[in-house]
Structure formats: structure tokens, C-alpha cells
Design a protein around this ligand. Structure first.
Ligand SMILES: [Zn+2]
Length: 90
């Protein structure tokens, strides 16, 4: 599963989703061959939460709605959203 290391903690992706800034639709890819486009067709998403999952379209049209989670001790912690976008588009 895709993961991000932030501040020494490994976060695993639990949701692969984006919002289109043009039509404001949120789309989510739930499994590996689940390719979806938003209503206006500007952005798409594919691959579910498997490795190599993809986001299609221009970064400027995309608002990341993915979720990353880590278990530390017995607590579930969520990755801050700005970090996630930063890592995914570098
Ligand atoms: Zn759209």
C-alpha cells in the first residue's frame, strides 16, 4: 500500500480521492482497476489504494482528498493534509 513517512512516522493510505476544482465533484478510486473521472472530465483517479495508484489531470485543478493513517501506540493518527499534497506532487 502507498505510504508516506512524515516526522519519522509511516502513514499508510486508506482513501484515494480527489476533488475537482472546476466542477467541485469528489471522486474516489476504491480498487486497482477503478478508474473514475469527474463530471467535467478535467481530472481522474485510478488504482485504489494500491502501489502506483494515479491521479490524472493538472495539479492546479486538483484538491487532494486522500487520507493517510498511522497507528502509534494504540492511537490512530491522521496525516496533516498539506503534507500529503506536498509529497504526492513533488
Ligand atoms: Zn471536474
Amino acid at each position: 500500500m502507498p505510504s508516506i513517512v512524515y516526522a519519522g512516522v509511516k502513514y499508510t493510505q486508506t482513501r484515494h480521492a480527489i476533488q475537482c476544482k472546476k466542477c467541485l465533484e469528489t471522486i474516489e478510486s476504491k480498487y486497482i482497476h477503478d478508474l473514475k473521472y469527474c463530471t467535467c472530465g478535467a481530472v481522474g483517479i485510478d488504482g485504489g489504494i494500491s502501489d502506483g495508484n494515479r491521479i490524472l489531470g493538472n495539479q492546479s485543478d486538483i484538491e487532494d482528498r486522500s487520507m493517510y493513517c498511522a497507528i502509534v501506540g494504540k492511537k490512530k493518527i491522521w496525516l496533516p493534509h498539506h503534507m500529503e499534497s506536498y509529497q504526492r506532487f513533488v
